[in-house]
Design a protein around this ligand. Structure first.
Ligand SMILES: [Zn+2]
Length: 396
């Protein structure tokens, strides 16, 4: 069993200890167990600490449940029996302390303001989350956020004490404790009493502030994202930069942003509809122009043309022109090229054979029927593919 120094001092930066066990994990990384440690192992939603132990970097810290030992995973092996000094990454720890204490304050606020208990907590790299049993709307969440920040501002004392399972059973704990034996209780004065092994502030003012960053429906309840202290400032900065860029691009005030986005959406819907109508009427004219340009080639009336269209546009135009009489061969202006061939009315033109001959010359893939065939990935100059089509037809 490892003595946990962080239980007594949440902001302990350095400590001395003795290596009681040194070993190697199944993945090959070395670890040590100490007689006592200041390093927090991943548990209760709070991630592990980082730092240094002797000459080694601490990469991971976790509990070994069988004997309540704390395992420190290192970047290099340390021998058993040696005395080492430990150094904990203070910025990371302070951040975790703020998020974790902030979580207790916020979870209690959701109980007090909305009767919504927390079922789980996750401390993430940017934003942390709590999952609530109730479905909550914006005003309820704002109420809880406001209450939580009132408790931060009042700078209430946070005390850690211990109680037996029997003693704890008579106390108004926010959540039923998962384990028996002696419980470590974190007591935020007249606000929240929770069984917790995490690291916490000594007064709520040190949390700095609690910002709800967003929420979503989750498993029949609500998942609330939040950030405390400097994280809240970082989140604000991100929002500010995104909003500033958007309002500048649209030359509007921040409050006008939602309305401006709605207007843009409806404008673009209208423009798309108009465009569809115009494209359809343009296609009719283009088809007529194409059909009128057809020439007699080896007994077929055919028009061969390079046009700047995608696969679908080529096919629609070829079919529309072929419906007016002549057979049609269209090559895209892009490289690798696309080709679509369509048989005209009353003609024996074989679109499939022509496309197969083009694939044999220029590569690519495709196929179809004698009436309509297409291919893509032809490696050649589009004008050359057009001219080759004419030659193939003449050679028929
Ligand atoms: Zn906790």
């Amino acid at each position: 069993m490892t003595t946990r120094l962080y239980y007594g001092d949440s902001l302990l930066a350095r400590f001395d200890a003795t290596v009681t066990e040194a070993g190697v994990l199944p993945d090959g990384r070395p670890f040590v167990v100490l007689d006592k440690t200041g390093f927090y192992p991943t548990s209760g939603g709070q991630p592990h600490d980082l730092g240094r132990l002797g000459g080694a970097a601490v990469l991971d810290v976790f509990d070994r449940d069988e004997d309540a030992a704390v395992l420190h995973v290192l970047d290099r092996a340390l021998g058993p029996g040696v005395d080492v000094s430990g150094e904990i990454d203070q910025a990371r720890r302070l951040d975790h302390v703020q998020q974790h204490s902030g979580q207790h304050v916020l979870s209690a606020a959701f109980v007090h303001a909305c009767a919504a208990p927390t079922v789980s907590f996750h401390l993430g790299p940017d934003v942390s989350t709590i999952d609530l049993t109730a479905v909550l709307e914006a005003d309820a969440i704002a109420r809880a956020e406001h209450e939580a920040n009132r408790i931060v501002q009042e700078n209430r004392p946070v005390e850690v004490r211990y109680a037996s399972a029997e003693e704890a059973a008579a106390l108004p704990l926010r959540k039923e404790p998962k384990r028996g034996g002696t419980l470590r209780l974190v007591d935020i004065e007249k606000w929240d009493l929770s069984a917790c092994g995490g690291t916490h502030v000594s007064r709520t003012g040190s949390i700095g502030g609690i910002a709800v960053t967003g929420w979503e429906r989750y498993k029949g309840g609500t998942r609330v994202g939040f950030a405390c202290g400097l994280r809240a400032v970082r989140h604000h900065r991100l929002l500010r930069d995104v909003v500033t860029e958007a309002t500048r691009a649209l030359s509007i005030q921040m409050s006008e942003l939602p309305e401006a986005v709605r207007r843009l959406q409806s404008d673009s819907r209208e423009a798309r509809q108009q465009m569809r109508g115009l494209t359809e009427s343009l296609a009719k004219y283009e088809a007529a122009e194409l059909a009128s340009a057809a020439k007699e080639i080896a007994g077929h009336r055919v028009v061969v043309r390079v046009v700047d269209r995608d696969a679908n546009g080529l096919k629609l135009l070829a079919q529309a022109a072929a419906a007016l009489g002549p057979s049609v061969v269209l090559v895209s202006a892009s490289r690798p090229a696309l080709v679509v061939a369509a048989r005209g009315t009353g003609s024996a033109f074989d679109a499939k054979t022509l496309v197969a001959s083009l694939i044999a010359r220029f590569g690519g893939k495709g196929g179809g029927r004698p009436e309509l065939a297409q291919a893509g990935g032809l490696d050649g100059d589009p004008a050359m593919i057009g001219a080759t089509s004419v030659e193939i037809l003449k050679g028929d």
